[in-house]
Design a protein around this ligand. Sequence first.
Ligand code: HEC
Length: 194
Amino acid sequence: MKTSFTIISVLLIPTLALLSLSSVAASPVPEQHLQEARAVVKSFSGQLKGALKPAMKSGGPVSAIQVCKHQAGPIADNVSAQSDWQVSRTSLKVRNEGNQADEWELLVLQKFEQRKSAGEDVNAIEYAELIVSDGKSVYRYMKAIPTADLCLKCHGDSLDSAVSASLKTLYPNDQAVGFNSGDIRGAFSLKRSF
Ligand code: HEC
């Protein structure tokens, strides 16, 4: 009994590991990097929310816009400096043009929309791939960012007029409005070279 259980475990565990990876990536990616990327996203996301939420509470959305404008970049830089990853955010509809998706990110974001339409939970949508760029291996990872109710104050379709005016001044080419709760607002995007 014990022996057969061991044999099953030996066969089953690697199979399960492969299955769980294949749902994330087209080509197999090292499991350790995937775990690390997820942890970095958690830290990045936690710090962004940690800056946004109290700012919304104490000063309301118009003043919190300044927090997003002035802190999102430095938080990303800090998380990047403290890890081996280059960390950013992107979207199919960006507010800050500096967050425009590159070719690879664009394809992944489009796939994320298809996966959401097919019924996948936005909270769980991620993708990882080991690519070769300029002869170097680059591990790339993206995780969808769901739109929560809190986000609608600045990314929804009926913005307060003061919020709207401030955003128009700061971001004349803002595309990041008109979202509904549960939509994919964008994605965290990480890369690491080897
Ligand atoms: C107080 C207004 C405000 C709220 C609330 C807000 N955002 Fe933003 N968001 C901004 C601003 C301003 C930027 C541009 C930041 C910059 O200049 O880098 C931005 C940028 C982003 C970006 C980067 C891509 C882009 O469009 O440039 C993402 C992703 C994003 N927000 C997601 C969210 C999510 C998810 C929430 C809710 C949890 C949220 N935001 C809540 C104001 C807000």
